[in-house]
Design a protein around this ligand. Structure first.
Ligand code: NAD
Length: 490
């Protein structure tokens, strides 16, 4: 279950069992990766680096275009593996995860030829200054389980388009699609060692990867708690770090909003991927005149969402990633209930889904306190909390009142209100009259405790390249005016 130096091989660590969360059935097993596998993968990546970095951007681009083409031919296989391993309805994996990944691959194939910097110029008058944008080296990437394929793509693509090599450690719960993604790269002509995938736990494989002295940069997507540990470890060796962490997106509905659009947007934005989306709508703030009707419409729409087997094209919502994670989600909902919040819909395990699966009903909550856990902390489940507000100032203050800052949305027909929200909400993305869509050309990344650095788009190259200033004398004089600081004028 490891992919090192262009081939699949067994790991040397503790046994790993990969389970389909919707049914509880084991779908793969084998030894996980440990420090010895990290050593082998990092060595392969280090050896592959000079050759890959030395290719012309055009040559890297050609190989990556071929990779995108091969991924298209394996799209169905990828969608069904992703659906099974992550508990996603097949409609979601085949219409969102897989096409998004193919588009991202094609985007970075093109972007590989557009690594630009400032134009050369004579800023001092006596020198020509130019900028070299250089790859960093071996990147240690660590990804989560919620969108396994897309997260692997977001980590690997900009890094290798810029000439780096990568060792990726996906979540131990969802390693299968990352292995296929790397295998397709090799088939397309990406040389062995440029992309390596280690499937293992955070402690057995992730920690040694972050600590490895030949890993020049750590790129991490996951929870804020683990991100802080990763950053602390990397700081010890002054490694560059890119952190994409948790979110708690506000969804602000002003009283002039299109109510139907807002209610539909809230349900889709809260329930996508069973709410296991770092940008999911989790806190809807609704101006008081619309509050009751918004809650009613959201409840009605949630009633229409069909839970079921992930392979059924009629299924709208699949299962959470594990029963352990479901316990966390239901624990937060129970504590909200006990502290006086009203559970308007859901808040329970459905009775018609497999007992060994990890399903949870779409859940709508009102009456929670702004300071409560359910409003402040990431739930990562199909749970939407709706709270009222009175003034625009209050809405902006409430939207900004959590430690997170990944994404947000504002719903209004007034350009003044939406532009104010775009300016004043502290988040890496603010949608106006929508919530969730992403595109390869635009960046994704957080403010505040949601991390720093950007995935996707040409902005991702800022993470994965070093900027070198080259300053060349153009006077050909041995005696330069600035030498007077040392040699007295003669
Ligand atoms: P997690 O933090 O538990 O794990 C993430 C990855 O880190 C996994 O591969 C895990 O094995 C590894 N890991 C755990 N301990 C480690 C350690 N000590 N050293 C190195 N690696 C270690 O997160 P998760 O539960 O897999 O994913 C859910 C979280 O990811 C949520 O908080 C979500 O918001 C976040 N997320 C953020 C974004 C974003 O773009 N900001 C995108 C997707 C998910």
């Amino acid at each position: 279950m490891q992919f090192i130096n262009g081939t699949r091989r067994s790991g040397s660590g503790a046994p790993l069992s990969v389970v389909a969360p919707a049914t509880g059935a084991e779908i793969a097993s084998g030894p996980g990766a440990n420090a010895a596998d990290v050593e082998a993968a990092v060595t392969a990546a280090r050896e592959a680096f000079p050759g890959w970095a030395g290719l012309t951007p055009g040559a890297r681009s050609d190989i990556m275009h071929e990779w995108a083409r091969i991924l298209k031919t394996r799209a169905e296989e990828l969608a069904s593996v992703e659906s099974l391993n992550a508990g996603k309805p097949i409609r979601l994996s085949s219409e969102f995860d897989v096409p998004g990944t193919i588009d991202n691959t094609a985007f970075f194939a093109g972007a590989a030829r557009h690594l630009d910097g400032k134009a050369s110029a004579e800023y001092s008058g006596d020198h020509t200054s130019s900028i070299r944008r250089e790859p960093i080296g071996v990147i240690g990437s660590i990804s989560p389980w919620n969108y396994p394929l897309q997260m692997a793509a977001w980590k690997i693509l900009p890094a290798i388009a810029a000439g780096n090599t990568v060792v990726l450690k996906p979540s131990e719960l969802t390693p299968l699609s990352s292995l296929i993604f790397a295998e397709a790269a090799t088939e397309a002509g990406v040389p062995p060692g440029v992309i390596n995938v280690l499937t293992g736990t955070g402690l057995e494989a992730g920690q040694p990867l972050v600590e490895h002295p030949a890993v020049a940069m750590v790129s991490f997507t996951g929870s804020t708690a683990v991100g802080k540990q990763v950053a602390a470890t990397a700081a010890g060796a002054v490694k560059r770090v890119h952190l994409e962490l948790g979110g708690k997106a506000p969804f602000v509905v002003f009283d002039d909003a299109d109510l139907e659009a807002a209610a539909r947007g809230a349900v889709a934005g809260a329930l996508i991927n069973v709410g296991q989306d770092c940008t999911a709508a989790t806190r809807a703030y609704v101006q008081r005149p619309l509050f009751e009707e918004f809650v009613g419409r959201v409840a009605d729409l949630m009633d229409q969402v069909r839970l079921g087997p992930v392979e059924d094209p009629e299924t709208d919502m699949g299962s959470l990633i594990s029963r352990k994670h479901r316990d966390k989600v239901s624990g937060m909902v129970e504590r909200a209930r006990e502290s006086g919040a009203k559970i308007v819909r859901g808040g329970r395990i459905p009775d018609h889904t497999p007992e060994a699966g990890a399903y949870y009903e779409p859940t709508l909550i009102t009456g929670a306190a702004q300071s409560s856990e359910i409003v402040q902390q990431e739930i990562f489940g199909p749970v939407l909390v709706v709270l009222p507000f009175d003034t625009d100032d209050e809405a902006i203050a409430l939207a900004n009142d959590t430690p997170y800052g990944l994404a947000a949305s504002a719903w209004s027909r007034s350009v003044f209100r939406t532009q104010r929200a775009a300016r004043e909400i502290q988040a890496g993305c603010v949608w106006i009259n929508d919530h969730i869509p992403i595109i390869s050309e635009m960046p994704h990344g957080g403010y505040k405790s949601s991390g720093f650095g950007k995935d996707m788009s040409a902005y991702a190259f800022e993470e994965y390249t070093n900027i070198k200033h080259v300053m060349s004398d153009i006077t050909a004089e041995a005696r330069k005016p600035w030498h007077e600081v040392i040699f007295r004028a003669e």
